[in-house]
Every structure is written in C-alpha cells, then in structure tokens.
Design a protein around this ligand. Structure first.
Ligand code: NAI
Ligand code: SF4
Length: 437
C-alpha cells in the first residue's frame, strides 16, 4: 500500500498556503495534465479510482459528475443539458467534532482550487463557487488570496493555459447555519434565500443552482482529485478497501492525549488511530466514541477494530460520516453528552418540517429532565417513541441524524439512563404502559 500523508503532505512546508510553495511541490501539474485530457476521460478516471464523497454520505464522485446532463454531439441541446453547469464546493463544515476541511483550506488552499479547476473542466462548468462557513473568516480570506494567486498565474480565468477553457471561481461566505451544509439548503442560501432543504429528487445534478445542473462536492473530495490525476486510479485504489479507497483525514478530539487531524488510508481502525494520537488520556478508559460526528450512532470499545470505511462502519451499525472521532472516557456521562448534541440539533433545526422542529425540542425536554434527576420510567419509552417519530419522517438528514446519539446510547448504555432515575421510578421500570401509536 502507498504511504500517507498524501492530502496533508504540504502541511509541514514553510508558508504552505502560497502558490510558490504549491507549484514547487508539483502543484497545478495535475491541472495541466487534465487540460490535455477530454472531460469524459477525466470522469472515467475519477470513477475508476473509486473516490467517494468525503462530506459524509460517501456517494461515488465520478458517478455524480457523470449525472450532469451534457449536450449530445451534433444535436441542439434542450432541457437541463442546454443550461449552464455549476460546481459548488460545500465548505460549510459544521458537523460537531469535524475539523478536517478547515485545516485543509488553511494549510493547502491551492489543493482545493486545483481540484475545483479539474472538476469544473470534467463537468464542463465555467463558474464555480466555494461556499465557506460564515464563522471561518480566516479560511474565507485565505481562499480568496489563493484564488487571486491562481488567476494571476493563469490557472483560472479566460482561455486557461491556451486550452480555450474559461473558468471563474468565487469564494462565498455563508452565515453560520448548520443546515446550510445540507446541499440544497446551501444552494438556496447561495441564491439569497433562507437556507432550507429542497425536495429531492430532482437532485442538484439535474436542477441545482438557479435550477441548472450542479455538482456539489466536499472540500476533501475535491482536494483528492489532483492526486487521482497525478497518481492514477490504480495507485489511488491501493489505499484501503476496494469499495472505499483513498487517503483520508480523521479528526480525533476529546479524551485523547494528542487531539488533531490524522491522515491514514481508508479502513484504518480506531485502535490504530488512537495509537497515533497517543491513546486515551493516561489512567482512563475509553467508554464510547463517534465514528463520524454527532449524527452517527455511537460506537463502544468493542468497535475498536472496525475498519473505518463506509461499508465496514455501516455493517457494524453506524456511519463513517465525516470521520470525526470524538472520544469519551469513563468520567463522561453519556446522557449529558447526548443532551448536548440534542440541544445542538434543536437549535439548528431549520423548522421546515414538524417531526424535526417539534421532536428535537421535546427530546431536549426529556433529556434535561433525566439529567436533572427528575425523569420517570416512562421517559425512556418516550425518548424511543419520539425518535421513532422523527427517524424516516423528517425532510432532511438533520432530523434522522438527531436521533442517532439517543437511539445508540439507549442501545449500549441503557443502565446509565436508569441510574439517573429516582429510586421509586426505577421500581416502575418494565411496568410502564406502552405508548399509544
Ligand atoms: P445523500 O445520500 O442524500 O446524498 C449524497 C450525495 O449524492 C448528494 O450530493 C446527492 O445529491 C447525491 N445523490 C444521491 N443520490 C443521487 C441520485 N440518484 N442522483 C444524483 N445525485 C444523487 O446524503 P446527504 O443528505 O447529501 O448527506 C448526508 C451526510 O452528510 C450524512 O451522512 C452526514 O454524515 C453528512 N453531514 C456532513 C456534515 C459536514 O459538516 N460535513 C454536516 C452534517 C451532515
Ligand atoms: Fe429542517 Fe429539520 Fe426538517 Fe431538515 S429535518 S428540513 S433541518 S426541520
């Protein structure tokens, strides 16, 4: 297997964010190579590499690019094929515990810009937008500086490197709403509307920004693309499992000796990553952890050897999500941690649909009651019932994600909830009436 670091290889370079450093370390060579290929060849290359979206869902990147309707040779295009194509970078990283895209944009902004250029050419787009989280003013400025440098060096703009291809890239700051990381809410926000999810289908690939075909890709996904072009699909596939290959940035936070970003091949286990991060803080034991941020069901020490790739994590009952590994030890209350996450979802719920808007509010009320020691035996059923009425009934993934921490904490640590009940309520457990459907 080839060695990492790949994506983070420039992090240690002096002034790694400048175009001088980038070009000195093979930067923009993939862009020149890509311009010598046809867009279809590029799509095939990325498809063959097996690169899957790093924003959380793991959708195959090349396949997403291939969904963009293109005019057929010799025919006058109609419908979506006749419209302009857009590339939108989802740089609105907001999942609790996730901190992989921001460091990437700070340390290696040109890696993203080069990925944007190659992806735009592959989908025949001449206008790309990088939508950065509103609070990340420093990343916004750094990207703007990188885009300006890329224009000045002729990597962007009119007739790039004499290829006849035009490309404009704009960096746009969001306003700090978690829901604007949902791709269609992001598009609404870009169009100047309140960011709320749209009904899918149609997917953005057919009707996205201004109703035109749009690819929405995550920062880490696009930053991987120049390496695919330079190294080839076979090289990329050598990292990790066949169905989710590639180098990956894992964010470790919480009760670890050295929290931070660790790059390793897809399929690396938590046990291996913990070893890289110095382990759980001395004198303490791992109690529970998230494989992919707060929207993914908790894992426990029994999952330490699950390969962290999309399929293996799903088979073990959770989701790889954003590879945000939040580590908790025996001093942490799982019910309190779950309450904090649920408060976050209740606050960030956009209010469009009732199960999420009302349900997350009620979940917070129940969890607060339990944490305060005023819970009832019925509250445990009520938590499950409320989750059941949110999961699969919400308009977007935020509602479903909000139930993950509650359902999985009850699955693995029900006793911790019971321990918070007053003694007389503990005696009522198992004798509570089943809730009406
Ligand atoms: P999804 O599975 O609905 O879609 C994934 C991507 O594939 C989208 O771009 C979608 O447009 C595309 N797609 C799916 N089916 C398609 C089809 N038939 N035709 C064309 N395109 C298609 O997942 P979603 O809702 O976009 O993302 C959910 C994930 O986001 C969660 O797994 C979570 O881990 C992650 N997430 C990440 C956050 C972050 O800060 N990076 C924040 C919150 C959630
Ligand atoms: Fe809005 Fe929540 Fe419904 Fe998503 S699930 S549309 S965030 S209210």
């Amino acid at each position: 297997m080839p060695l990492t670091p790949v994506l983070t290889v420039r992090y240690a370079e002096e002034r790694s964010w400048t175009i001088e450093t980038y070009e000195r370390t093979e930067g923009y060579s993939a862009w020149r190579t890509a311009l010598g290929m046809t867009p279809d060849e590029l799509v095939t290359l990325v498809k063959d590499s097996g690169l899957r979206g790093r924003g959380g869902a793991g959708f195959p990147t090349g396949m997403k690019w291939s969904f963009i309707p293109q005019p057929k040779p010799g025919e006058t295009p109609t419908g979506p094929a006749a419209k302009p194509k857009y590339l939108v970078v989802n740089a609105d990283e907001g999942e609790p515990g996730t901190c992989k895209d921001l460091p990437l944009m700070m340390a290696d902004p040109h890696g993203l810009v080069e990925g944007v250029a190659i992806a735009s050419y592959a989908i025949r787009c001449h206008y790309a937008v990088i939508y950065v989280r509103g609070e990340a003013v420093h990343a916004h400025r750094r990207l703007q500086a990188a885009v300006a440098e890329a224009y000045a060096a002729g990597h962007l703009g009119r007739d790039v490197h004499g290829s006849g291809f035009d490309l404009d890239v704009v960096v746009h700051a969001g306003a700090g709403a978690y829901i604007c990381g949902e791709e269609t809410a992001l598009l609404d926000s870009l169009e100047g509307r309140r960011g709320q999810p749209r009904l899918k289908p149609p997917f953005p690939a057919v009707a996205g920004l201004y109703g035109a075909p749009t690819v929405v890709n995550n920062v880490e996904t696009l930053a991987s693309v120049p390496f695919v072009v330079r190294g080839g699909s076979a090289w990329f596939k050598e990292f990790g499992p066949e169905k989710s290959p590639g180098p990956k940035i894992y964010s470790l936070s919480g009760r670890v000796v050295h929290p931070g970003q660790y790059e390793a091949p897809m399929g690396t286990t938590m046990r291996e990553l913990l070893a890289m991060a110095g382990g759980v803080r001395p004198g303490h034991e791992l109690k529970f952890w998230t494989p992919g941020g707060s929207s993914t069901p908790y894992f426990t020490p029994e999952h330490l050897d699950v390969p962290l790739d999309f399929d293996s994590v799903a088979a073990a009952g959770s989701m790889l999500g954003t590879t945000a590994l939040m580590v908790f030890d025996e001093t942490d209350s799982i019910v309190e941690a779950t309450l904090r996450f649920t408060e976050f979802y209740a606050h960030e719920s956009c209010g469009k649909c009732t199960p999420c808007r009302e349900g997350t509010y009620w979940l917070v009320q129940i969890l607060e009651r339990l944490v305060a020691g005023h819970g009832t035996a019925r509250d445990l059923d009520l938590l499950t019932d409320t989750c059941d009425n949110i999961l699969g009934r919400s308009f977007c993934a935020l509602g479903d994600g909000a139930t993950s921490c509650i359902a999985s904490s009850l699955k693995y640590f029900r006793d911790d909830y019971v321990a918070l009940l007053p003694a007389d309520e503990q005696g009522r457990l198992g004798r509570t009436l089943k809730l009406e459907p």
